[in-house]
Design a binder for this molecule. Structure first.
Ligand code: ZN
Length: 459
């Protein structure tokens, strides 16, 4: 097995060159939301990858191109790792809130400021840089490396699934590694195994074709606000349990490994409460994490009906609307849930219409915590960072990761490298340089650990 130590030394002495590459990449705007500079950025990224010894190509999609790269190992039986990242960025507005222009990257207080530093240019480059360091030191890489860099993640990756489905052979791998998002606020490294999905729904109740006088017509004109309240109250109980028949059928049971991982996570009722604007979290730790990570949630994000202006207006409203987002978990299926919910609502009150927003939603995805790659990666992260990583069974939010298990049939693992205050999507986005360099070291160590596990037959 090749020795990672000289690779780490190589990374240490090349920090300046890595920073220069990151600055060049951030300087090029790549705002997918308004098609600004994205293809130019793809060209710079592909050129940088080539300069680092990775064979890179720019592959078209129906939207922004994918930058693909490959650096095979000389070992024909080597493990194959596919690194996913995105080179597009969020729009930088409001510009007046930036302390320095978003596309003129500058180092202040040990951080590089600029749009895309942490999300995700700095993080995607760590994998390429780690690969090039291995190649420079040993003339070889310990695992076969493939890179897929998306040009429209910040626009919801509308073409990723089609691209992946069309390029199964090109992308074939044993595991997908994603570095996006931030480490734990305590500074501890984090390993993320999944994310919830989301389905957007609008419920609409229609009464008369106009608002009516609540005295003159009260009791005879139908009130859509009541219809909607009745339906909602019979869809979710006060504890949050969804009453739709079969809603939980496909939810995976919590395993012993899941419980052990939750047990190791930090928990502080007061400070966790403070992040929500509450005095404290009132539920126990196990329930808190189980609810965010492993259970679906049926949310009302908006309720609209009647008169809500100053004074009073005694009307029976003509319509009522509820906006819903359902956070789903593996293995809940979009079509199945939509069908069950539609039948449930229709049975309660056929006058309440259900509309699904967006097509297909974002699907849930989660690599089982007892997958053999998890302890291997956790060990590598701990060696690289000198600190045991927290394992996040699933983030509560939604990401387009389901494409890896569903379309390619391979698991995914996330190791976020950015500082918790990276200000992604906000003004003054930044990446702490020590996090950037630590990310390169971590990727280098992960490659070595996967190779060793393959040699030993555990992967
Ligand atoms: Zn982002």
């Amino acid at each position: 097995m090749l020795d990672p130590k000289p690779v780490h030394r190589h990374i240490d002495v090349h920090e300046e060159a890595y920073l220069a590459d990151l600055i060049d990449l951030v300087r090029q705007p790549s705002i997918s939301a308004r098609d600004e500079g994205v293809t130019e950025c793809a060209e710079i990224l592909a050129r940088q990858m080539e300069n680092m010894g990775v064979k890179a190509s720019i592959l078209p999609t129906d939207g922004q191109p994918v930058v693909f790269g490959a650096l095979p190992s000389k070992d024909p039986d080597a493990f194959t790792l596919l690194c996913y990242g995105h080179y597009d960025v969020q729009p930088p507005e409001p510009l007046e809130r930036w302390d320095s222009p978003p596309f003129e990257p500058v180092v202040r207080d040990g951080r590089l400021f600029g749009r895309g530093t942490g999300d995700n240019k700095g993080q995607l480059l760590t994998h390429v840089m780690a690969a090039s360091a291995w190649k420079a030191v040993h003339g070889d890489v310990p695992v076969n490396l493939k890179f897929i860099f998306d040009g429209e993640e910040e626009s919801g990756s509308p073409n990723l699934e089609t691209f992946v489905a069309k390029n199964r052979d090109l992308l074939a791998a044993d595991l997908v590694l994603i570095s996006d998002g931030t480490m734990h606020p305590s500074g501890a490294p984090l390993i993320s195994l999944g994310n919830r999905g989301v389905i957007g729904i609008t419920l609409k109740a229609q009464g008369a074709d106009r608002d009516n006088h609540s005295g003159n017509k009260g009791g005879v004109a139908p009130n859509p606000a009541w219809m909607l309240i009745h339906v909602l109250a019979h869809t979710v109980d006060p504890s949050g349990k969804v009453l739709v028949e079969g809603f939980y059928d496909d939810v995976r049971a919590v395993t012993e490994t899941d419980r052990e991982i939750i047990e190791r996570l930090p928990f502080d009722a007061e400070s966790f409460g403070a992040t929500m604007g509450l005095p404290r979290v009132t539920m126990p730790k196990e329930e808190y994490y189980r609810r965010i990570m492993l259970e679906p949630y049926f949310n009302i994000n908006g309720l609209i009906s009647g008169y809500t202006g100053p004074g009073s207006k005694t009307i029976i409203p003509s319509e009522a609307e509820a906006r819903i987002d359902i956070r789903t978990v593996v293995d809940q299926r979009f079509d199945d849930l939509v069908e069950k919910l539609r039948a449930h609502i229709h049975a309660l009150d056929p006058r309440v219409e259900m509309h699904v927003r967006g097509i297909g939603g974002m699907r849930p995805s989660r690599t089982p915590a007892d997958h053999p790659a998890i302890p291997v990666i956790a060990g590598a992260v701990e060696r690289a960072r000198d600190r045991e990583p927290f394992i996040n069974l699933s983030s509560g939010g939604s990401l387009p990761n389901a494409v890896w298990p569903n379309t390619l049939g391979i698991p995914h693992v996330g190791i976020p490298y950015a500082n918790a205050d990276e200000n992604n999507h906000s003004p003054n986005e930044n990446l702490v340089l020590d996090c950037f360099y630590a990310g390169i070291h971590t990727s280098a160590e992960v490659f070595a650990a996967l190779a060793t596990a393959r040699d030993r037959g555990t992967l």
